[in-house]
Structure formats: structure tokens, C-alpha cells
Design a protein around this ligand. Sequence first.
Ligand code: IVH
Length: 669
Amino acid sequence: MTPGLERAKARVDELRAQIAHHDHRYHVLDAPEISDADYDKLFQELVKLEREHPELVTADSPTQKVGGAPSQLFAPVRHSQRLLSLDNVFDDESLDDWWGRVVKGLGREPALVCEPKIDGLSVAVVYEKGRLTRGATRGDGAVGEDVTQNVATLRTLPHRLAAKGKELPTWLEVRGEVFLFKKDFADINAKLDEAGKATFSNPRNAAAGALRQKDAGITRERPLAIYLHGLVRSDGVGFKRYSEALLYLSSIGLPVHPLSATVEGLDAVKAFVRDMRDKRHTLDHEIDGVVIKVDEIGAQEELGSTAKAPRWAVAYKLPPEQATTTLRDIQVSIGRSGVATPFAMLEPVFVGGVTIQTATLHNEDEVARKGVLIGDTVIVQRAGDVIPEVVGPVVERRTGAERPFVMPSACPVCASELVRHPGESARRCENLECPAQTWGRIVHFASRGAMDIEHLGEVTSRELIDLGLVKDPGDIFDLDAEKIGRLPNFKAKSIQNLLAAIDGARSRPLDKLLVALGIRHVGVTAAQALASHFGSIGAIAAASVEELTQTEGMGETIARSVHEYFRRPATAELLEKLRQGGVALDVVKQKATGHLSGMTFVITGTLESMSREKAQEALEERGGKVTSSVSKKTSYVIVGAEPGSKYDKAQKLGVPILDEAGFLMLLEG
Ligand code: IVH
């Protein structure tokens, strides 16, 4: 053996041992120690090494087999056909490679089916003469566990199929994915939390725990769901296409994924993947990718399978939203309202499509509730736009060197006492002049969703405060070229830019100003309601709590908070400074009266000139409303490149369709 090969072999052995260990934790004990993403990384490294050194491939390598061994808890069930896994791709290039192999194998481009990939548990389900007779887990692919009693608790899986006069197959064997809807997962965790028990870090672990309960009564309390994604055997009924089989399964009462779709060509597949990436957080269950399958069953057979996965299907994985990393330290930051928030300093880790090194821990009770110790291996999560958070510790990884976090009693910035009022979970720095608070207020005031002052970000705000030029947001409008010129790095051009941006903020609509003030409990919605109800800051400031509650959607809590805010002497001072600084205090946003008011729009496909969010904003600014589904009442469907099914629906219903050019003209009126 060459030294290179020897090194590769040592690493391959190490990877196989690690993968075997994690397979056991995941498949048999339902207690994974690392995230799927970290597991994928180990696995991909092994795949790569074996590809570079084919002589190292062995029959028992994890790359050659599926899943883990069945546990001893349930009776073993031999599957009539192995339950295979799927090969993964993580980007368009590898998808192209897969497609290349398919097209080469068949000598033509076959039609495809795309469907969301749910990260749940594979099961095999058998109906004999229309009656549910067996449910089994995947196990090692060949032999699974008999979980019929538990599968029978799945509410959407009928015990008897709907024949509706048709002949039912004498033997029907289907496969599907058992999972939990997000809402049910949250309910389960809330109940566990209330009972003081450890919560599940994600829906998959919760579903796995429920499916493999010895007591089906417990499974019943966990509302598991299932979507079918495979037909193995259907005696007496035959299909040419997978999509046909899905329609049939649905017609006899079996649950198939509503977003499963047939597509032609790889561009349409990529559009489907993009669409799922966008929709990911609005779906009622979590997805970890898209599964792409050759539709024609004859073509599937022609392509065949490897020992582990079919060649006719592939999983396009979306970026993982959970990962494990080391919690280096817990520090405390002071927000604009003085709230002290503990946050995690992490070993940098790639999650949710970005590298993170900090994550919030909310408050001291949360740190205790999650049971994380400094030095722990932790699971972190970053889902969409939600700020990264620590889910919990991986207790098995503890070495004994971890230590508990103690909430400081003094503000880390101004050293005044951190006070916790009875009934509140937060500790606060009550020094209104605390530089951390001033900074937070300025940064918030100037931010995008508030007064939107470009060039006044975190760094510049800090410098202005440090030089004593700005003590509250009102001082921003007293800045001039001379003052700004004192900041490091500000030259003639950048001074002009900042001054112009500040000037632009003088005429922001009232709702933006209300958001910018950072009144407790007042977010975008409440600010818009207040602005359109009262029309000026003066009127809001003068209103009683009672009058404030007359505003649409305004409850007691918000009304009280607004009332209290405008009774503070500091508020009066700030408003006076803003007035003198030329800031408009009583403009009402001309929202509902734009030229598109009363019209509803649906956007589908990718627009070239702007993102969907921007397009929505542009329509709303002009009074239009944007909804997600097409109906007869829709005024226009705006169609970008590679539109989805909404386009077809619009054509069916005869709803007017606008292409991008038409849309831009409409915006201009
Ligand atoms: S088809 C022979 N379709 O993902 C093809 N699997 O990572 C095997 N999964 O073992 C599976 N959604 O448990 C298929 N729409 C879907 C799926 C899906 C989730 C799971 C399944 C599979 C695993 C592979």
C-alpha cells in the first residue's frame, strides 16, 4: 500500500465506524447525537474517498447499504422488496450529472415527477382485500419492524380502502413517509415542556419516538401523519406511470402529497426546487428537499437500482436548518429597551445557508429550561428569516468539563443593576442613558423597516454616540457636514450621502416613524393601524387608553404601552427635537388610495427585475393586495419565468395574465 492509500484507508475505517455509531443512534435508539447535515458530511466524505480509491469499497460499507438494523423491540418483518434510500444532490451541477446519466441510460428525456421530501420515517403498509393488515418500519431495508398497531393510529390512513364500486387489489403494498405537522410538533413539545420533560429537537425525532412506541395508546396521542410516495405491489391493477399510481391511490382514499407534480425537462425541475425553497417556511410540515423521480415505470425498470438507491430517482437536498456545534461561551447583550439577552458564542457552523457564530438564548429561564452548559455540544437552528437559536444540548457528548451559565447581576455595558420585575422573564438595565440602549435605539430608528436611513448602520451609529454627537434619535436631524466630518472615514462624498439619507427620512410616513420610535408592543401592523386611525403623532399622544383601543386590532396591552410611552417626559423632548429637526409628524400613508386599490394579484414564477417580496411591496404601496392562490376574484396573475401551477389555474379560470413587462407598466399606472 502506498502511504496515500494507507492514509485514505485509515480515514475510511474511521468514517465507517463513526457512521455505524450514528446509524445506531438514529435508527435503533431514536436519539441522534449529530445533525443530519453533519451526518451527510461524514457520508459524503466517505463516498468521495471510496470513489477516489475504489479498492477500499467493501460490501458492508455504509455506502452500500440502507439504514440501520431493526431493534429487538418489535417483531421482524421481511419486506417483499428492499426499501431503498435515495442518492442526494446538493446543487444544480450534480442534478445535471444525475440527469445526464438518466438520459444516457434511456437514450431519451423521460417525464419526471417532483415532490417535497419530508424528513420523516419510511414505512411499508399492506392492504389485503382493502383492509389494512400491516405496517412496518424500514429497518435495514430488507427486514423492518412490525409496527402495525402504531401505523393503525395514523388518522389519515384508512383502515379500509374506499372501493366506490371498483375492484380493489387483492394485495396492495405501498410506502410512505410518517411525519408530524409543525403545529402538532409544537403542541407535543409545549405539553412536554409544561410537564417539565425534555422536548424533541425536531419533528422527525418526535415522530420516530411516537412510531416506535410499545404502547400504541401513546402513539395515538401523537397525531402522526403520512404521505405515500411509492407503490410496490398492486395485484389486479397495473400502472404505466408513477403519477397515475398516485392518482389511483388518492382515489381509493390514501393520502398522497398535494404538491406532487409531473414536470417536463430539467429547467422545470429546478423551478420546482426553487419554489419549494421559497415556500419552505409557509408549508405546514418541514421539508428537507425535493425528490425527483422518472415517471414511467418501464423507464424506472430499465434504469434499475444500485444496492442502496434507485438510479431513476434522486433527492435534491435543501440547506440544512439544524446543525451541531460547540457552545464556547454565553454572553449577555443589552437591547434598545434595556432587556438583557443571553446569547451563545458558537464555534462557527454552516446552517440555514449561512455560517453563524452567535445564536440567541432568549432569557435566563430559557437557558435553564434548555439545560445548556458552557462547553456543551449543542443543536442550533436557523429557519428562514428567524434569528438563529440554540435548540438544546447533546447530553451524550458531555465530558464533565462543561460549566453552568450564571446571569450577571450588573449591566455588562454601564454596570448599573440588572433588575428583574416580578412576573417578567427578562432582566433589564434601567439606565436610560446606557450606551448600549442608546445604540440599539439609534440602529433601530435608522433601520430598513423604520426610518430607513441609508449609511447610518451599526458602526456609524456607534461612532456618533462615542463622539457624543447623538444621544437620542432626535439628534440625528441636528447633524451637519461639520459634525459628520469628525467621524473616521467620512469624506465629502460620504458626508453628502449621509446628509441626503437623513433628509429623505424627514418625510417618512407616520407608520414608519411609529415603528422607529420603538414603542413596546408596537410592530408594523399596530403602527399602520394607529397611523391611519389617528393621522398624526399629536392625536395619538393625546388619546386616552380607551380611545386607543378603538383602533382596529388594538388590544389593551398595546394601548396601555402606547399611552404610557407618550406620558414620558423623555418622549415629549424627543418629539420636540424631531419637530425642530424638520421631521413630518402627521403624514398618513396613502395606502388604500393608490391606483391599484381594490385589486388583488397573484405572482407566479421568477421575475427578472425584482424579487417576489419587492414585487409584492410595490403592488401594496399602490393599494393592491397580493394573495397566494388564484380565484375568479383575482384581478391579475403576474407571470414570471417558469411559472407554477397558478399559471394553469389562471388560464382555466380566465383570469387576466400579465407578463413582466405588463406588470411594470401597471406599476407605473
Ligand atoms: S422515494 C425508492 N419519495 O427520504 C425510492 N422518499 O433520503 C425511495 N422520503 O427513504 C424513496 N419523501 O424515507 C421518496 N417523496 C418521497 C420522499 C421520500 C421523503 C424519504 C424516504 C427515503 C428517504 C431517502
